[in-house]
Design a protein around this ligand. Structure first.
Ligand code: NDP
Length: 399
């Protein structure tokens, strides 16, 4: 039985729904639920009613609502592409009903801009006892970057020592300021303090304060800033030989100037303010006035380049490799009507789901992507739209 229930109907969900719809051999039946029913109906129309056979309204902040829906649909797997706030209620519903779970971003409490795996890892024993599996962070970063790291460790090194994950969007959407995925989650992520792992401990940096100018294949040189990103937490745990692990993301000057102004005037705050007798959260209001990331696809040009630099030891000698993917915004739009950031997240989620349903990756408990054998997942990336390359190179980073 390979019936899936997808929760969320935003930019990433659009890609997951359409890619799953193209693959009836993996996904026999697709059901789609989200907070706003009309968005599910629109996606159902695009993907075809013969493939997306049911659409439902659900508030996934409430585990009991999700559990009731799961009982009605009886899926084998729930794909959570709503927001990180919903991770725990959806995991609770899966536990209650005995259904497998997959997501693309780790849990984050709504009233605190802090994300970490502790809350979800705490479900491991309960998932194991129930005989169900949760696959966490099955997007691109986290997700593919974890698998790239596992692939490098398996095939290229005896021991890995230095990891630098680099995420470049070399595209142009023609807007003065927009985020490429949910603005609230995105801005919470990049305005928090930077953090990296070195010599067995975390080191913090001021937000967007450490810069390297890196040369990205098929994009060129881009200013890249050190951020904390969730896959670092699981990768340093699962690859204890790592001496240092960092994450870098590119931002243009125009983007950073807008962000700085918005921060300075208080628009990125998550503290509620009183406005005309109502409490509003400035960042939630900002989201409402920014372009919907799903709407950026039309006319978006250029490419993303996301990859991992890994330095380690092979046969007693140190070497560095770079594993990366380039993804073209216009190609994604032509294929599924999405921009590359939604596409690079949605395709791995679909592949992760297919790996679980086909029992290629299937073990009761709560797992991160790097804990499974990477080879077949890597093959499926090539097959389903995210081809990757490996080059042996000099590390662009100083030590
Ligand atoms: P969007 O904001 O476009 O979509 C989110 C969807 O979730 C919307 O349809 C929204 O409904 C729905 N939703 C929100 N709250 C609820 C709720 N309480 N109950 C039911 N549905 C709800 O976000 P994206 O598609 O850009 O991102 C989706 C996820 O993917 C996020 O968790 C994001 O962090 C993650 N992501 C992961 C990446 C990776 O590489 N790992 C990269 C990019 C994103 P409504 O329309 O009513 O608001």
């Amino acid at each position: 039985m390979s019936r899936v229930l997808i929760i969320g109907a935003g930019g990433v969900a659009g890609v997951v729904v359409k890619k799953c719809a193209m693959l009836p051999e993996y996904f026999s039946e697709i059901h789609l639920a989200s907070r706003t029913l009309s968005k599910c109906e629109a996606l159902q129309k695009e993907a075809g009613k013969d493939r997306v056979v049911g659409v439902y309204q659900v508030d996934a902040d409430h585990a009991d609502e999700v559990a009731a829906l799961i009982r009605k649909v009886e899926p084998a797997l729930v794909i959570n592409v709503a927001l990180p706030y919903q991770d725990l209620p959806i995991m609770d519903a899966c536990l209650e009903t005995g259904v497998h779970y997959l997501d693309t971003a780790n849990y984050e409490p709504k009233d605190e801009a802090k994300f970490e795996y502790s809350w979800q890892w705490a479900y491991h024993e309960r998932f194991k006892e129930k005989g169900i599996m949760a696959l966490l962070g099955a997007g691109f970063d986290p997700g593919v970057t974890n698998v790239f790291t596992a692939y490098a460790a398996k095939h290229y090194f005896d021991e890995i020592h230095y990891l630098d994950i680099v995420d470049c969007n070399g595209g142009d959407h023609g807007q003065a300021f927009a985020t490429n995925f949910n603005p609230e989650i995105n801005i919470r992520e990049i305005t928090q303090r930077g953090k990296y792992w070195e010599n067995g401990e975390w080191h913090e940096t001021a937000p967007i304060s450490v810069r390297e100018d890196l040369d990205y294949p098929n994009v060129g040189v881009r200013a890249s800033y050190l951020l904390f990103h969730e896959e670092l937490e699981s990768l340093v745990k699962h690859f204890p030989t790592l001496k240092r692990a960092r994450f870098w993301m590119t931002f243009g000057d125009q983007y950073l100037t807008h962000l700085r102004v918005l921060e300075n005037v208080g628009m990125t705050s998550i503290e509620p303010v009183e406005f005309q007798g109502q409490k509003i959260v400035p960042l939630e209001f900002l989201k409402a006035v920014l372009p919907n990331p799903g709407s950026l696809a039309e006319g978006y040009t250029g490419m993303t380049c996301i990859g991992t630099y890994v330095t380690g030891i092979k046969d007693g000698k140190e070497k560095t490799i770079f594993i990366f993917n380039n993804c073209d915004h216009a190609m994604c739009n032509a294929e599924v009507g999405a921009q590359a950031v939604s596409y690079t997240t949605g395709v791995p989620a679909m592949i992760g789901a297919s790996m679980m349903l086909q029992e290629r990756w299937m073990q009761p408990g709560v797992w991160n992507m790097e804990q499974f054998d990477p080879d077949e997942f890597m093959e499926r990336l090539n097959k389903y739209g995210l081809p990757w390359h490996v080059v042996e190179c000099e590390s662009p980073f100083k030590r």
